[in-house]
Design a protein around this ligand. Sequence first.
Ligand code: GLA
Length: 545
Amino acid sequence: MAAQLPIPVYTSLDQAMPDLQTAAVQAVRYNNLVEEFEKRFGHKPSYIARAPGRVNLIGEHIDYVLFGCFPAAIERDIIIACGPSTSAPAGSGGVQAANLDPKYKPQTFVPMLKTGGPTATEEADAANTVHAEASWELDIDTRELRWESYVKAGYYGVLNRFFSPASGSQEHPVPVDLLFTGSVPSGSGLSSSAAMGVASALAFLVLNDKLEGLSKGQLVEMAMQNEKHVGVNSGGLDQAASVICTPHSAIFVNFYPKLTAEPIPLPTPRTIPRAVFVCANSLVVSDKAVTAKFHYNLRVVETLVAARVLGRLLNLPLTPTERPTLRVILSRWLGTPEADLEKEDVKSAIERFLPEIQKLRPPREGRNPGEEGVTMKEMIELSGLSEEQFNEVYLSWVEVEAEYFQFYKRTRHVFTEALRVLEFREVCVRAQATEGDLPEETLKQLGALLDASHESCSTLCESSCPEVDELTRLAKAAGAYGSRITGAGWGGCTVSLVAEDRVEEFIAKIKEGYAPYRELSEEKLHDAIFATKPSSGAFVLKLTE
Ligand code: GLA
């Protein structure tokens, strides 16, 4: 249901913010952005588009295999003051994009209609066979990290959906002026890229009068496709959290058989002692777009091929050209129509399925860490496809680099993590139904799930790094109920569940223990480690005179 709701358009900040105090603090920031917009572009903006970052509480590296995750939106966000341009030619769709942060230089670009060849979406998705006569081109350089790439990515979905000549549209996009400011640290695992992409898409949608009738779920799907243009084949976790979340709740977001989201109030506000989620940035910057071929996209390919290999080992039906995910393999193994499955059924199905994963144990187990997987040649053989077919289905749309590919570890991570998410959800739902104070045991249960998730991310998914591992150890020693890496990984943030009355002491201990924090100013430290409240999802603020 939450995914079917429209994207909120507010006319005052009080409506948009969870409380008046937050609205008052944010008003200063919003007013400053509006004033700056006027100074730079010589006219007033019409709207502010806003999209938050997110913290994924649990469920890492499983959204792209279509298992459910448990994120919450954070207060840190991207906001864009925007208005139709008064200087660019009408109907050109040209963009002037500026950023309050001087390290991001102003950019101007115009979308071009390119005739012939596959659309960019087709390039990104080998399974897509639709051929368009003319498609939009925005020239994103995926070899280099550029801030405006996310703005262009946000534009693609709007152009392709509403202004595509191939679908018969005769309309032209309006030229726009955009001024950005953001508080989500980039490369920190708090999803600055999705926030940029979602906020940009929203700005283009509202300025072109295309927001009405679009549901949150449709915006999520559009934003997921958009991010592929930046070269990352991510799942929908970040976009769903940024668009669908509501204050005070996390969401249980599911991707199969279709996108659904269930807001689940966190038990923490009613507990004695009260507890909060604290994000701590390792300060190891890891941008998933830059390292995609040996980190993020490699995990996507490893799990996809593992799904085919497992399917073959289990004698499940498979066609040579399809690319089923591990979630789909579970479904085929069950043989039950998906519509008949409740979350409890999925949980018990995973429990029954876990022993089957042993079939993927690698031939070289016991060798040096990292070398126990399979080579490219062995991977192709195990897939049962010819080299040509394999390349077409698994490699033609993505670039990956590895000497050994790990099926067993990645698959074990996926299924155990999917189970932990369902258990986490269950504990939260039970807590919600409990009258009166919650026993501290509830927080301990949640904490144990966070710890187990981190262990799996670190040893099976191998998406952590020594600094992040150290931060989780320090967090536990400083009294956290549980602590884990959040987001894509290989750097970025941890999230820890901490008793509210011990947050200050907790932060002081981490500051003392984590060497990179010792030299930080108070302001920088506040940026690096902070308690976060679940915040609202994306919205548009209509500015009136
Ligand atoms: C990134 C991706 C998400 C998800 C996480 C890992 O944030 O964008 O889709 O895969 O990594 O859980």
